[in-house]
Structures are given as C-alpha cells and as structure tokens.
Design a protein. Structure first.
Length: 418
C-alpha cells in the first residue's frame, strides 16, 4: 500500500491511502517468488542453465505466422475491432465443430466466439464480468482447483470475491471433487475455473465429470469457465471438451452453451506464445457482455495477428508435429526418471508434477548443483485451514526444451535428488 502526505494551510497533515488494497491480499506472482528464492544461489559455472519453469514452448513456430503477418502488414495502421474478423470467427468455429464433433450448425460463431489477446488477460477479466456485489446475500465465491493457474486467484481477489481452493490431488484424480461441494458454497458461487487438461498435473476431465460441472453451474446460476489451453497436447487420446459434452446434454430454447465458457490459445497448440492469440467461446449472452466489457478495457487483436491466427486454426499439420515432439520428450523423461518421484504419464499438457519431499528445497538444490530451473509446487497452490499445501512436496517441470535437453535435465534431477 502506498501512502501520500498532504499538508494544508492549517499545518495539519493528512495521510491518505492510495490504491486498491485488495492487491495486498495477493502474494508475488509465482515466477517472481522463484526469482527471489534462487537469487542468492550461483549455479556451477561449468553447467549451461536449463530453464524448465515457464510453460513457454521452445519449438520453432510454424512458418505460416511469418508469411501471413507479412502479407497482412497493411493492417498494422488500423484499430482492430474487439469482435475480430468474420474469417477468424469462422475458422475458430469450424475448428471447434471439427475438433469436438459438434452437430453442424449448433455453434454460431458470430455470436458465440470472441478473440482474445492471449487467454491470461481474459481469464482474469472474466471475474469482473461474472462476480456480482453479492450472491445469495453474501460475499460471492470463486472456485478453482488447487494447485491452480495464478490469474484465477488474482481475478477472484481483485473482483472482491472469496477465492475457494478445491484440492486436486492424486486422491481426487488431480481434479476437484465435485461431490464435496456443499449447497451453501454453491449458492454463493459466481464463477468456477476448471482447467482440463490440468495445469500442472495433466489430468483430463471425463464426459461425466464435465456434465456434472455444467449441471451444477446451471442449477446454482454461476459461470463455468473451462480453461482448455492444453487440449491439443495429448499423448494417447484427445481430451473431451466442455462444448462437446454440453452439446449432448438436454437444453431448452436453443441454448446448449448456457452458463458455459471455454478458453483456447495458440500459445501451446502452435508454439506461438508471443503471438498472444486465443479465443473464448460459449454462452452467447455471456459472450455479448464480455465483448461489451472488453470494449472498455482491452485493445482488439491487431488485424495481421487475426489473419495469422485464422491460418493457424485452419492448419492441423503443424499441430500433429508439435504433439509428436512432446510425445518424444515424455518418453525421454520417463526413461530417465524410471517411476521415481511419483512419475505418471499425464493425459495432456507438457508438465511433470514430481513429488520430491520439499519443492522449494529441491528447486534450490537443482539450481545450485545442476543449473536446472524448476518451479516449486507450493507457488501454484494454497493451504486451506487444517490442511497441508497440496503442492508443497512437488516441483513442476515444463518440458518445453528439445528432447535431448529434457533427457539431460531429468538425468540431473535423479542424480541430484537421488
């Protein structure tokens, strides 16, 4: 909190707080915490650093990006519309219909899809859209898995809601236990963030699980936000999607997507994190209100980026190559780890969620002795009263480097941690 002192003619001094005090309820962002943790440590000078912290794919981006950006360069001097272009909406709508086997014509792209400059800002801003002043006469609740993607918590806090951390451990299949949610909590729930495949554990929700989550959202009148940004990085079978499940549920008045929003991104699918391109799809009423909100607080996606994104959503060849590269990296990691640290083959995503006893101590040792940089699991999770932090014993390892580097890093983990 920042304070300012103002002197007036009488000689009295007034101190006035400046800023939103909700921000003080948040810890530093996970990677800021990691930088502070490792700052006093100098790794061995003869070892090249290996960064396995940020989920930033290091694969070569598809050539489509550069080609399309160059061809559309005349669009840089135009303000882009918040709703994007018809071509972008059509491409993403076609992709959703094809990828999730939706009935032809069920998804109306012009009313059910909104482009995003990356999904992080939209996942954060969603709480401003979804959280009322009160719900059921009380402070609204925003539910999220624990561990979680940090913007979920930030969004809940800054919107004035109570963030509710739902344990997602091995015992619950690495997803929140929906049966444990009480009516009292659900009645004041305004928003439920769900990530599938999960970050960091890689668990994918089943059709039955998603159907239950959608039913709860409709019964209790909250927004279900399904973060599917890792849906295209899978090892054995494509994860089911929330729109796919919703299309098979009973619905009235031609509203198959009511209470539901899904988020997708090109950062992981196309190794294009710097493009900052994604979209949200689902309930047309929510999409319309989201567009109105974003008109006040966000710039639209630039026209050349919209064009490049349109081309990427229409191309599957680079996605298949990308997926094959991750499969090779998981095979290399599995060969080195050999079942240690609770290793398992995730359904999707590109993270290892390794149980090492104490994540912070393991991260410090790996950096000091092997110049391998990983993220302590506790930085992605919170302690509930009477419960241990579900990430405290873990480290998250992002398999974003090439296969040989991943194999060497995993060998270093075994050598250093034993």
């Amino acid at each position: 909190m920042v304070s300012a002192d103002f002197s007036v003619n009488s000689g009295a001094v007034f101190t006035e707080a400046i800023g939103n005090d909700r921000l003080d309820l948040l810890t530093d962002y996970p990677f800021t915490r990691l930088a502070n943790l490792l700052a006093p440590i100098t790794p061995r000078a003869n070892v090249a650093p290996v960064l396995l912290t940020v989920g930033e794919p290091q694969h070569t981006p598809p050539a489509i990006i550069e080609e399309t950006l160059r061809a559309g360069a005349s669009g840089w001097n135009k303000y882009p519309p918040v709703g994007g272009t018809p071509e972008f909406r059509a491409a993403t709508g076609d992709w959703l219909t094809r990828r999730y086997d939706l009935p032809a014509g069920l998804l109306h792209a012009d009313s059910s899809i909104l482009p995003l400059s990356g999904t992080r800002e939209a996942l954060f801003m969603l709480a401003l859209l979804a959280v009322p002043t009160q719900k059921a006469g009380r402070q609204p609740a925003v539910l999220m898995p624990n561990p979680f993607y940090a913007p979920y918590e930030g969004a809940a806090v800054m919107a004035g809601a109570e963030p509710v951390f739902l344990s997602a451990t091995r015992e619950t299949g690495f997803l929140p236990d929906l049966d444990a949610l009480t009516p009292e909590l659900l009645e004041r729930t305004a928003l439920f963030y769900l990530c599938t495949p999960a970050n960091p554990q890689g668990a994918a929700a089943t059709p039955a699980y998603l159907a239950k989550a959608i039913a709860l959202a409709r019964q209790y009148g909250f927004v279900l936000a399904v973060d599917e940004c890792y849906a295209e990085i899978w090892l054995d079978a494509p994860p089911v999607g929330a729109l796919q499940v919703a299309a098979g549920l009973p619905y009235a008045d031609g509203k198959p997507w009511s209470n539901l929003l899904v988020f997708h991104s090109l950062s992981k699918r196309s190794s294009a994190a710097g493009l900052r391109s994604g979209f949200v799809a689902g309930d047309p009423a929510l999409i319309g209100r989201f567009s109105r909100l974003r008109s006040y607080g966000c710039a639209g996606m630039p026209l050349p980026i919209l064009a490049a994104s349109t081309a990427l959503w229409r191309d599957e060849a680079h996605v298949e190559e990308n997926r094959a590269a991750y499969r090779a990296k998981f095979a290399a990691a599995e060969a080195e780890l050999g079942g240690r640290y609770g290793y398992y083959r995730p359904a999707g995503g590109f993270f290892l969620w390794l149980e090492v006893g104490n994540g912070e101590e393991a991260a410090k040792r790996l950096w000091a002795e092997g110049a391998v940089r990983v993220l302590p699991g506790a930085y992605l999770s919170r302690s509930n009263p009477g419960e241990p932090n579900p990430g405290e014993a873990f480290i998250r390892v992002a398999l974003v480097q090439d296969t040989d580097t991943v194999a060497q890093a995993c060998a270093s983990i075994v050598r250093i941690l034993g």
